[in-house]
Every structure is written in C-alpha cells, then in structure tokens.
Design a protein around this ligand. Structure first.
Ligand code: LP5
Ligand code: MN
Length: 246
C-alpha cells in the first residue's frame, strides 16, 4: 500500500485555528498508517527550511515520529518542495527517510505513476520559474547555509513576505499548473497517472494524453485538515481523500 501527501506546512508559528492542529493531525496520521506501507511526502512538509542545523522542538518531534515508522516496516520517501528544498541528508537520516529527485516515477501494470511537488509544472509563471532556478543554484545554497542563523531567518522572512505579496496580485490561473506542461511530462515518462501538490487545489482530473486516458491527482494542503492519496497493493488506481475540519 502506498500513501502520498504534500503541503503539510508544519511550523512552530502555527496560528491556533481552533479546529485543526496541523502538527497533532500529522502525528496522528502517521500513527494511523498501516504496517509495511510506503509513505511519499511530496514537498512542503515544513513551512520553510533554512538548514539541518536548526534543531527545534518541532523538528525533533517530527524526526522522532518519522523514524518510529521504521519499527512498523513503513518506508518513507521525501521529494523537496519550494519551501523546504534545503532539507538535507542530515535531517532526512534522522527521520530514516530517503530523499528522491524532483521528478520520480513508479511502474504500474501498463505505464507509470509520475510524482513530483508540482511547482515545476507552473510554467505560466516565468517569474517564479526564474526565481526557482536561482534558489536551486548549488553554490548559492551552500553560501546561504554558511550564514549565521539570524541572517538566514531574515532572508527567509523577506522572501516569504515578497512571495506572499506577489501571490496576492498573480491570477489563479498563473499559479496553477499548465496543462501542456503536464501532458509533455507525462509523455516523457510514459505515465498515465500523475500525483502532485503545491497548488493547494485538491482534485482528480481526467483527460487524454496522445489519445489515451490519463489522470492527474492533486493533493490538498493541510491547513484545514488531512489530505492524502492512497494506492492499494496490486492496484493501479489511486484515490484522493480530503478530511477538512473547517
Ligand atoms: O510558497 P507559496 O505557495 O506561497 O508560493 C510559491 C512561490 N514562492 C516561493 C517562495 C517561498 O514561499 C519562500 C521560501 C523560503 C524558503 C527558505 C529560504 C531559503 C533561501 C535559500 C537561498 C538559496 O516559492 C511563488 C509562486 C507560488 O508558489 C505559486 O506557484 O507564485 O513565487 C513567488 O512569489 C516568486 C516571485 O514570483 C518572485 C519573487 C522575487 C523575490 C525577490 C526577493 C528579493 C528579496 C531578497 C531578500 C534577500
Ligand atoms: Mn509548494
């Protein structure tokens, strides 16, 4: 059995919404997983990540819970998101989770399941793609990680603030995935199913790629509740589940 989740956005500064505590919700989701399954975390597990050397109570609590999954033969995989692309091998090791590449696929009986965070598909937003390319420069990341913590926090705060003000003026369409980019990537990886997060628009989309039926399952964010995709053993179909507590 496989489970996919994304956009949990764990943070120490979570505003008390009164109806859903993200950290507690995430921990009880992990508890509820069946033994021997696989868990794929498709990015933005944390609201932001500025280095594995930042060792907060939340980081410890999460690594302990993820590491404990091993005792139940649960394997955990992680794909970087646009908020936690700096999460590194040191923290992943403490969670006993394997960091995968930005784009991945798993075989089904007749094609592949493609899975990724999803920001790469937002090609109608060239400004973001340019920004992403800069953020992914290895030399810049190395330099950033060498900076004192208070400076890293300041830079991350500024970037988050800028991003949120840009997002207010960008249209919904620009911030969604581009259908041509979706189909192109599915063709390239011979996939009939795609799973991603990032857009926070949970849905199952059905369409044709090269005349063949294809589907794209979009995971929701965890701000108001739990969102996950489940694939039963020996089964090629995937099902999206959203439990909102709002
Ligand atoms: O995250 P979300 O969904 O709100 O918005 C994303 C895009 N924004 C981002 C930025 C992140 O939210 C901030 C991440 C901080 C991580 C830690 C810092 C590590 C620094 C490492 C340095 C090597 O990804 C947003 C998209 C949206 O998704 C939908 O796809 O629109 O993209 C933007 O808003 C980017 C703007 O389009 C361009 C931003 C230019 C910023 C210029 C900043 C100048 C200030 C520099 C201060 C030092
Ligand atoms: Mn994202």
């Amino acid at each position: 059995m496989r489970y996919f989740i994304a956009d949990i956005h764990l943070t120490d500064n979570e505003p008390a919404s009164g109806y859903f505590d993200i950290t507690a919700g995430f921990l009880s989701f992990l508890e509820s997983l069946p033994d021997c399954c696989e868990l794929y975390i498709l990015g933005d597990l944390f609201d932001y990540w500025i280095g594995d050397d930042v060792n907060t109570k939340l980081h410890q609590e999460i690594s302990f819970a993820l590491r404990s999954l091993t005792e139940r033969q649960i394997k955990t995989y992680f794909v970087h998101g646009n908020r936690d692309f700096l999460l590194g091998e040191r923290y992943a090791k403490s969670c006993n989770m394997t960091i995968l590449s930005d784009i991945n696929y798993l075989p089904t009986s007749d094609s592949n399941i493609l899975f990724l965070h999803g920001d790469l598909l937002c090609t109608d937003d060239p400004q973001y793609q340019k920004f992403r390319n800069i953020m992914h420069k290895k030399w810049l990341q190395k330099l950033f990680l060498k900076l004192p913590l208070f400076i890293r926090l300041k830079i991350a705060g500024k970037l988050r603030q800028k991003s949120s003000s840009y997002n207010q003026i960008k249209s919904e369409n620009i911030m969604d995935v581009n259908q041509q980019a979706v189909e192109k990537m599915m063709l390239k990886y011979d996939a009939s199913i795609m799973v991603h997060g990032h857009t926070h628009k949970p849905a199952t989309h059905q369409f044709l790629v090269n005349g063949k039926p294809a589907s794209r399952l979009v995971l929701g964010a965890w701000h108001d509740g739990v969102s996950y995709i489940k694939q039963d053993s020996n089964c090629d179909t995937l099902q999206l589940y959203n439990h909102s507590f709002k």
